[in-house]
Design a protein. Structure first.
Length: 172
């Protein structure tokens, strides 16, 4: 167990903390839960940086890091949908994409193939973080940004699928 993996496990721990805070009766629960989401995003950046800089990349981290990210995003969007901050179709599209990525990643991992994250996926993730952070200040602008984030996540998914097809063609 190394520091990047501990940060990833911490991020997994933050998922129920986010949901509990989000649905709590405490004053400013939306703000506090979004701050938890942002903390999770910071730990994601930090664990990736540390893992690459100090060559601490592990098989455990390769599996758990994207899983933590996807589960956090799906949890956040589910909570936002339940409280009508976000439309259901956004949750459906993102959930289908993320579970497809989880299942596809597991299948490829079993074949000793990993498709690393790329700029399209990183941009989509960043847009989700910006959109969700914006909810603290303006829900209408956040909704617009969520639409852009969903569009970018579809582009990222198409890009990942194209990379997979190209890799499959080259190995055949």
């Amino acid at each position: 167990m190394n520091i990047p993996n501990m940060l990833t496990l911490f991020r997994l721990f933050l998922i129920p903390v986010f949901a509990i805070t989000f649905f709590s009766n405490i004053k400013n629960s939306l703000i506090f839960s979004i701050l938890i989401f942002l903390l999770a995003g910071f730990t994601d950046i930090l664990d990736g940086y540390i893992a690459r800089k100090y060559k601490l990349i592990t098989k455990c981290g390769i599996i758990l890091d994207p899983l933590a990210d996807k589960l956090m995003l799906i949890t956040v969007l589910t909570c936002l949908t339940i409280k009508s901050y976000s439309p259901l179709w956004i949750l459906i599209i993102v959930t289908i994409k993320e579970f497809s990525m989880i299942i596809g990643g597991a299948i490829l991992y079993n074949k000793n193939t990993v498709i690393p994250s790329n700029k399209f996926g990183k941009i989509a993730t960043l847009l989700f973080y910006i959109a969700i952070f914006t909810m603290i200040f303006n829900v209408k602008i956040a909704d617009f940004l969520l639409y852009i984030a969903v569009f970018s996540t579809i582009i990222a998914f198409i890009n990942y699928f194209a990379i997979y097809l190209k890799d499959k063609k080259e190995t055949s």
